[in-house]
Design a protein around this ligand. Sequence first.
Ligand code: GLA
Length: 384
Amino acid sequence: MHDPAALRSIHLKRFQTAPSIFAAPGRVNLIGEHTDYAEGFVMPAAIDFATLAAISPRSDGKVVLYSENFSQEQSYDVSALPLRREGQWTDYPMGVMAILAGEGHRIPAMSLSLWGDVPVASGLSSSAALEVATALAATSLLGVQMPGPVLARLCQRAENEFVGANCGIMDQFISANGARDHALLLDCRDLSYKLAPIPHSIALVIANTMVKHSVAGGEYTTRRAEVEEACAVIARHRPEVRFLRDATVSDLHQWGGEMSSNALKRARHVITENLRTVAAADALMSNNLAQLGRLMAEAHRSYSQDFEASCVEADAMVALAQDLPGLIGARLTGGGFGGCTVNLVEAAHAAEFAEALGARYSAEIGIVPEVHICHASAGAHQVE
Ligand code: GLA
């Protein structure tokens, strides 16, 4: 669908009031995985899948949410909004309301209709899109203009403190601040960023392994704990190292022996991934696509072997892409353990590439994947 007019008429029919409509995209990460919470670098792009939020005021003191995807309505009294998660889709919008309220905003009575086409549990940040769309809609009703980075931090807090997923800032940041036809190199330490143009001659082919991925799941949390364990060992010797962002490969040579072997491998991934991500942004900005492809291949190897965040299906999807015409680079994207691969492909070959990759994967794994040809799209904005 991705059709604001359809959501407008759904909202009108249900709530008899014309809404304002906002969109927030999902994302694909080109490179820089599990580096955001280590205050490192990431380079995602917003994609053309999004959540739409239609909002209008009410006069009965209620916050009424409607999800077109779930065909479900849920109503709350503004004086009794939930303070903790309820284990359902409403946690994402209500998490945003809770953080806004905690910041001193009076949540107004409202009708909020939500619809999205970001594939769920696929590593494409459907939850960030839902949070950012909600936050943009709610702040507009409040008459508050928040800069994109501030909006992103608010949504990350909703996910961390309300939903209970210990994610970094990448997904919410790119959803709020993405730019059409650009990837975004983000320094997760100070949230400064640079846009790197993705030429029209390159398509983002996103191949879904159909293996479900979840950030709230145990593996993400275990990896994060191992990264922090490695950092603590280095910090014993070099107290200025507060996050792995500050550490070097030579720190690992010196003190890696004091870490568990898992922590050492995880740290090696994060430290080298930060270097690769900055180099990949340079390669993209100077149109050195061969170098970008090599860095993506190394990043996948490191994610799979050192970070052990891949799976048989994702490794197969990456391997099966290698000799297809038009491929520039391929790797598993997002939190890991399933989800999607991102393939940078010469646009002229994209359709043929997508079809061949899907056929190869079905034949080898026995699962029919969804393969999407996407383009880097705009960050969150008002649609109408
Ligand atoms: C998930 C998290 C992000 C980031 C990635 C891994 O998408 O939400 O914060 O940590 O995993 O790079």
